[in-house]
Write a protein that binds this ligand. Sequence first.
Ligand code: ADP
Ligand code: MG
Length: 691
Amino acid sequence: MAETLQKMAEETPKSDEGRRFEEFFQEVMRHELAELAEQYPQQRSLSIDFQKLVLFDHKLADGLLERPDHFLKVAEEALEGLQFPTAVGSLKAHVRFRNLDEDRVIMVQNLGAQHLDKFIAVEGIISLATEIKPVIKRAHFECLHCGLKSYTFPEKNILKTPDYCRCGRKDFKHLDKEDEFVNMQNAQMQDLVEKLKGNSPTSHISLWVEDDLVNQVAPGEKFLVTGILRKRPVTKDRKQTSVYEKLLEIWHLERSEKEFEELEVTAEEEAELVALSKRTDLFETIVKSIAPSIYGYPEMKLAIALQMFGGNTDKILPDGKRVRGEIHALLIGDPGTAKTATLQYASRLAPKCIYVSGKGTSGVGLTASAEKDEFGEGWVLKAGALVLASGGQVAVDELDKMTEDDRSAMHEALESGTISIAKAGIVTRFNARTSVLAAANPKLGRFNPAEPPANQFEIPPTLLSRFDLVFPIKDVLDEVQDSKVAEHILKGHRASLGSDQEKMDISPEISIEKLRKYIAYARRNFSPVLTLEASAKIKEYYLRLRKMGMKQNYYPVTARQIEGLIRLAEASAKARFSKHVMMIDADRAITLTEYVLRTVFMDRETGRIDSDIINIGQPKSKIDRARTVLEIIEDKERDVDMVSVEEVVKEAESLGIEEKKAREILDQLHKQAEIFRPKSGFVRTSRKRRD
Ligand code: ADP
Ligand code: MG
């Protein structure tokens, strides 16, 4: 048994506990120790399954949980006391226990006084990480009176001078050249998004990571850690307050790959979900179960449902290109059309979702950042909502209220599922495979009914084109509709007072919990494959749109829409628990896309569907008109220094552009800096022609 390990001659009497740990190492951990001995000192941690200690001696295990400082020290000393026949001698290694019982895994939001100085586990997502820094492991001091040297161990970031010297005095000089250092890294962890139901506020816990554990955590990654909860004094106006900060001293960390907990489905539940998937009115039922208190909008609700199921994750094409599986949707509508209500409902329903409002959300809060840390020396990497919810969803309200910079930070995340940071020598990339459900108001806050909605989006076209589906929601005066909405809202309020039958109409047919489970189950178990028929159908639809455009010298649909169609069709197949994307799925995707194209892209002036609106920013006809006006000015400029606005307008009219339009175009051109106004009533192009 102890052929390879021999006890070192005992000089000091060992405690029972120390002896038990020795026995534990020799009897249970022999293989691991032999490996460690071989790799030492490059490897200086012994990772131990806590359950093995429980089996070996549950009293020892209990002691470790309750008094970790004492027991971990004893364990490390016991380890050091073991001798190896190989050259290394004794092992000064960390003992790192993992795999505590479920009830020792505490949520960040519940960490409190009762856990102080206890051995616990926490599972969460890293929201912030600093660079590594040297920290004093042992600080050395010299007595100013008798010259005796002594040392102290700093308690986390607080350096302690010795209390008294042996000579009885207490004046010391810090011998900083003799201090021993170890690497340290700070990080922050928060609860997993999927575990926080609804919109409960997120709590954070600071992590203290030391020695060989540094540089293993990065923002956006999930970890299961074990450690000891410490308190750190807070000072205010140089006085210590009675409130302390929490700090988790990490003893072991491992990546956690566990999926949403909704996936813990019992056999009985599974049968129920499968039965639901077989219903012929499946989609109607799902749509009815999404935000039932909100009247109407069946297409929008279908889109939200499909978005939650999502396309197949991460297709990597043979040439290495990644095609995203996330479906992004945008609601643009008049105020008071239940956009916010819809987003909030969606964030309660989705298995993993963060709701943010554009007002007051910084780009950092949404994406990610590298910032100087509080001491202004190192860097801190911070993960925002899109990173923290990776694999899930973010609901972004008031998208139009965000600053330009913040919105532009979303571009990369939406298309490639990553967020890159390149700043002052820091180059890093976060995963952000997050689907986005956003809401915005149109330009001027409200739709002008006389204009096509597409002209009234105030979202930059580059961002707009990344949304697979864009829903304009107009608040139109319609007595029949209005009375239905009113009746529906009133019913909801009556039902909330606990009355009768009316509750039935408002409560979802599939409960939120069940639907969430259904979605999580579908996402996890199905990656439907496109059948030839469905591919053909999508291709045919795409070609039809293209051809319709070709005939009119148009390119109404771009290739982006094909990918969008495939994603929607895949989501539809997943929702049916199907292994194959069939014709019906293609049909569902096409019907929804067609609905969106008709409502959004319809250019009222020509009656054509024109996705150039989305991809370039305005209808082709408008581009043509702007070019015409510009050409008129350029033409006249050849003879004069500046051109009279009245003349331009008159000439434009003769070419079929009405006066009002022509003046609008001039304003537009002026805004775009294509032309300028040397004096009131006159214009000139910015680029002087040379011919
Ligand atoms: P928005 O964000 O679009 O400005 P809100 O979501 O804040 O609008 O909606 C305002 C209120 O009107 C909410 O309480 C919402 O429930 C209600 N409401 C608006 N439209 C409907 C509808 N179609 N059905 C039920 N309630 C509605
Ligand atoms: Mg709103």
